[in-house]
Design a protein around this ligand. Sequence first.
Ligand SMILES: Cc1cc2nc3c(=O)[nH]c(=O)nc-3n(C[C@H](O)[C@H](O)[C@H](O)COP(=O)(O)O)c2cc1C
Length: 337
Amino acid sequence: MLRWEDVLERARESLKGICHLCPVCDMKACAGKVPGIGGIGTGSSAKNNYEALRGLKFKMKLLHDVDKPDMGVELFGQKLALPVIGAAVAGAKVNFAAKIAEKEFAQAQLVGAMEAGTIAMIGDGPGDLYDDTVAALREAGKGIAIIKPREFDEIMRRIKMAEEAGALAVGIDVDAAGLVNMRRSGELVRPLNPNILKRICESSNLPVIVKGIMAEEEAVMACDAGASAIVVSNHGGRVLDDLPGTISVLPGIASRVRGRCIVLADGGVRTGSDVLKFLACGASAVLVGRPVVWGVFGGGKEGVRLLYERLAQELSVAMMLTSCPSVREVSHCISGN
Ligand SMILES: Cc1cc2nc3c(=O)[nH]c(=O)nc-3n(C[C@H](O)[C@H](O)[C@H](O)COP(=O)(O)O)c2cc1C
């Protein structure tokens, strides 16, 4: 029987030259590896995601009755077994040296998540990349499509494709306006005009997610435009150097839009304790990116399933040791809160 430890061992072999699978994923060894798996430039934004998480400490509590915390969460009409979603991770050709086909990667990522009782996102990119990821979504039957900040008509065409493939929601990774892969391809991406975002939200039959929010005022603007959810994210530190760690801006953002739209967040989630910290800082659920790559390369859809099982197991223990009965009752688990 495959174990998560075996998956990591296999991934270390198959990702040679791409990801070292360091004992601690502090984003140092892969600094500058974009395209690739790392963070842009000095890698500081990705490192800040890691450091900011380390800066938060738990308040341990053991005199209580919480021994089976409820990790379930409902999002986009789905009951999820754990508050973790697979982040969009695309560009197999440039990021993973074409060691895997785009569609095969997306399939493993979508099906592995579903088998673990959760869902995943697919990404967009140059050329026919989106055709492949949407095809994977259609076959899996469930997922979320994240589209690049293109022209209005092109975004709407891609939203239609996602709708027809059975997507639960669509999103735009607005932070991809600066993405190296897109700039090099010559395909136009740029910051999203708020009026265009409003038209997209009005024209889409599916909930719209704005991914790449790092400023409180932009979270409010996204809600005003009609977005159903935001993702507090710096794209895993892949678009701009010297951005703060996402968890350090999350509480301010969440407090501004709580109750108006769903707040999701990502950046540096590697363990169940990391998940709990994001929930305590105001996220309803988190996205996990690079560990999914380890799962796919180390064990295909089974590797991905094992990743979620590991995260669920760790989250359950962390919730128990901090007296958190459910994912909605977690804010007290951080020391000083
Ligand atoms: C190789 C790679 C490819 C990615 N491709 C996309 C993409 O196509 N669309 C998108 O919205 N985000 C993309 N991201 C960003 C992730 O969705 C997510 O925001 C980020 O990886 C979270 O940080 P983590 O990897 O530390 O968990 C990509 C990230 C990586 C590492």
